[in-house]
Design a protein around this ligand. Structure first.
Ligand code: NAD
Ligand code: TYD
Length: 328
């Protein structure tokens, strides 16, 4: 297929493009604004065309979409903590950006896939969310992702756009920016920096290896019905403290580095997705959490070229603002 993939210089999009080009022979144009989270290096081994621009810029989108049969949208501001300290960029990208892409897809009659998140359903104490569960987001990040999903649904309903939505659970794996729990803890553990666990660390997440998520999005693109939502959840759940302890074990770090810090405001307690519906398209998770975490730790250990520029750049100032202490 000829694809326009937006936001693919980031974590999940770059893994998606690598798999689509390598395993499916797709021709891909990437449109990416290259925010702090977007890096050309993430795609240095993948054949693709690249357009530097924002999804909320109609001219950039019009230039990039030429020749595409479908748009897959990963582009978003994605970090809950940053949405709490500065929500504005989340509104611009999630709302204005998604709107611009939807208009483009409508004008040209293109297939459209919106990459979304389990966080739109909010927190669940027991059981798992299905695609018909009520939307109940709690952070500016998840609220703007929900707004984007609702806009996509309105284009299906009103204009008959051939759009599907794919909601993933917490993804982890190679190329994830170290503001998120797993890469942050791996790099801190490798460097002997403190491991900051929010609150009691008993919040539960449903962990999904990034390649499984990328393959799930591909299934939705190829086999998903227009107008439908598909949840793609990981095979295992784990409490944050358990995840951090496993990383301590895998890196050989001192367990005394674990430090409980002030909790995130409005922190969701547990996310959990039912993936029954996407399984009917032939998808199943292939990587259990134990194996995926080992592979992820090994990747960060072996790819200092990737994270060294991040840990020595603007990230240091972000880290100090967020955690009130400098990285070692
Ligand atoms: P990321 O932060 O690693 O990458 C986001 C990418 O989008 C970056 O390359 C960035 O430069 C680009 N971008 C941001 N604003 C843009 C704009 N206005 N125009 C063009 N490009 C822009 O994010 P990720 O973790 O790869 O997440 C990708 C998508 O998957 C997001 O939509 C996110 O909501 C969703 N998602 C993420 C997770 C997760 O655990 N990380 C789970 C479920 C769903
Ligand atoms: P994160 O990776 O930010 O993903 P999300 O908030 O989208 O689930 O956080 C995962 C969990 O880890 C979440 O419960 C918050 C927690 N967390 C910490 O305890 N310490 C940290 O330094 C970070 C970044 C996250």
């Amino acid at each position: 297929m000829r694809l326009l993939v937006c936001g693919a210089a980031g974590f999940i999009g770059s893994n998606f493009v690598r798999i689509r080009v390598r395993d499916h022979g797709d021709e891909v144009t990437v449109l990416d604004k290259l925010t702090y989270a977007g890096r050309r290096e993430n795609l240095r081994d993948v054949d693709h065309a690249f357009v530097h621009g924002a999804i909320e810029d109609p001219d950039a989108v019009a230039g990039a979409v030429e020749g595409a049969e479908a748009i897959v949208n990963f582009a978003a501001e994605t970090h809950v903590d940053r949405s709490i300290s500065g929500p504005e960029a989340f509104l611009r990208t999630q709302m204005d950006g998604t709107y611009t892409l939807l208009e483009t897809a409508r004008e040209r009659g293109l297939r459209y896939v919106q990459v979304s998140t389990d966080e739109v359903y909010g927190s669940i104490e027991e059981g798992s969310f299905t695609e018909t569960s009520p939307l109940n987001p709690s952070s500016p990040y998840s609220a703007t992702k929900t707004g984007a999903d609702l806009l996509v649904a309105s284009y299906v309903h009103t204009y008959g756009l051939a759009a599907s939505i794919c909601r993933g659970s917490n993804a982890y794996g190679p190329f994830q920016y170290p503001e998120k729990l797993i890469p942050l803890m791996i790099l801190n553990a490798m460097h002997g920096d403190r491991l900051p666990v929010y609150g009691d660390g008993m919040q539960v997440r449903n962990w999904l290896f990034v390649e499984d998520f990328a393959r799930g999005i591909g299934h939705v693109l190829e086999h998903g019905a227009p107008g439908e939502v598909y949840n793609v959840g990981g095979p295992d759940e784990a409490a944050n403290l358990d995840v951090v302890r496993r990383i301590v074990g895998l890196t050989g770090a001192d367990p005394g580095l674990i430090e409980h810090v002030t909790d995130r405001p409005g922190h969701d307690r547990r996310y959990s997705l039912s993936s029954e519906k996407v399984r009917t398209l032939g998808w199943a998770a292939q990587v259990r959490f134990e194996e995926g975490l080992e592979r992820t730790v090994a990747w960060y250990r072996d790819n200092a070229w990737w994270w060294e520029p991040i840990r020595s750049g603007e990230y240091r100032a972000y880290y100090e603002r967020q955690y009130g202490r400098a990285l070692g």
